[in-house]
Design a protein around this ligand. Structure first.
Ligand code: ISE
Length: 334
């Protein structure tokens, strides 16, 4: 019998995780797919080969036939459901953000610290992306010398009208906040946020340009454009004292015809980071068996939320905002 997993939330991400756990990871047994919409829970459960569907997340988390919980429900439910799983002593993979507010993340840190062991993994899947992994390996091997500047571009095809500049910082940019911390082994110390003056400010999704400085003095530039229109496009360039590391798309084929050369672009993050999601879920599953935590922790979830809060303040205030972090508990020191 595999690890019996409940997926809470059967939306875009919950359905994708259910498919991975139910169809692609032999060590997992997809026990339950839970969603407030019973029809959606049933449809995703059937498509992913789950044992059953449910609509009450707290009952599912407490269920003795559930060993571990993957939370992919709306952001505002992440902390209460993670706390419920911690109360049951059950491992959790919580989709990002752990919480939109840093103070909410600290509730999870307090509960996990009280238990004295890591049970929470935060869903910053880019740490498992092979390209970012090669980038970190090359940096750590000294291939480009000390890192100086990390240029990041994060472009979505389109976002709903309610997805404004603030959400670009709190919902999209946390991926870059986390991957930059992970790559550089460094904390964010200050952040400034700009918007192009010519952008149609009435259109909520106008791009934001983030410029951050790390504690070690490195610069992290992040362009977030949730209405890029042309494709889902995530890029990274890590500039070192003696070289440059550039992230490459996982494009498999280049079409050359009719005097043109092209490769395709994904429509959203799921195909672009399909391998990262699969490797992330597989690492989480393995960590349940070994008790050795994998990936981003609740502290990393807090750090991303804290940086995002400072970014929203910088967007509103127009100047650089210093980022003060809470003391890091020993549980998260490694
Ligand atoms: C979304 O929530 C994600 O996590 C995607 O990875 C990101 O590209 C997108 O901008 C977010 O809205």
């Amino acid at each position: 019998m595999g690890v019996r997993i409940a997926v809470i939330g059967a939306g875009v991400m919950g359905a994708d995780h259910a498919r991975i756990l139910g169809r692609e990871l032999p060590g997992a047994e997809l026990a339950v797919v839970c969603d407030a919409d019973p029809a959606r829970a049933e449809a995703v459960a059937a498509g992913a080969g789950a044992v059953r569907a449910a609509t009450d997340p707290l009952a599912v988390i407490a269920d003795r036939t559930v060993d571990a919980v993957l939370i992919a429900s709306p952001d505002a439910t992440h902390v209460p459901l993670t706390l419920a799983a911690l109360a049951e002593g059950k491992p959790v993979l919580c989709e990002k953000p752990l919480a939109p507010a840093a103070a909410e993340c600290r509730k999870v840190i307090a509960a996990e610290t009280a238990r004295g062991r890591r049970l929470v993994q935060t869903g910053f899947m880019r740490r498992f992306d092979p390209a970012y992994g090669e980038m970190k390996a090359a940096l750590d091997a000294g291939r480009i010398g000390p890192a100086l500047i990390f240029h990041c571009f994060h472009r979505n095809v389109a976002a709903p009208d309610w997805f404004d500049g603030r959400m670009a910082i709190t919902n999209s940019a946390p991926h870059e906040f986390d991957i930059a911390r992970w790559l550089l082994g460094d904390e964010f110390a200050a952040i400034s946020v700009f918007r192009p003056g010519m952008a149609d400010g009435s259109r909520p999704g106008a791009p934001v340009q983030i410029v951050a400085e790390t504690s070690a003095g490195r610069l992290v530039n992040i362009e977030i454009n949730v209405n890029a229109a042309y494709g889902y496009d995530v890029r990274g360039e890590l500039v070192g004292e003696s070289g440059l590391l550039s992230l490459r798309d996982p494009a498999r084929v280049e079409v050359n015809s009719a005097l043109a050369r092209s490769t395709g672009l994904a429509a959203d993050w799921r195909p672009r980071f399909a391998e990262a999601y699969r490797l992330q879920d597989a690492a989480w599953l393995a960590s349940i068996g070994t008790g050795q935590p994998a990936g981003a922790s609740a502290w990393d979830g807090y750090a991303a939320a804290r940086i995002a809060e400072a970014g929203v303040q910088a967007l509103a205030g127009g100047g650089p905002v210093l980022i003060a972090m809470a003391d890091r508990p020993a549980l998260y020191s490694s």
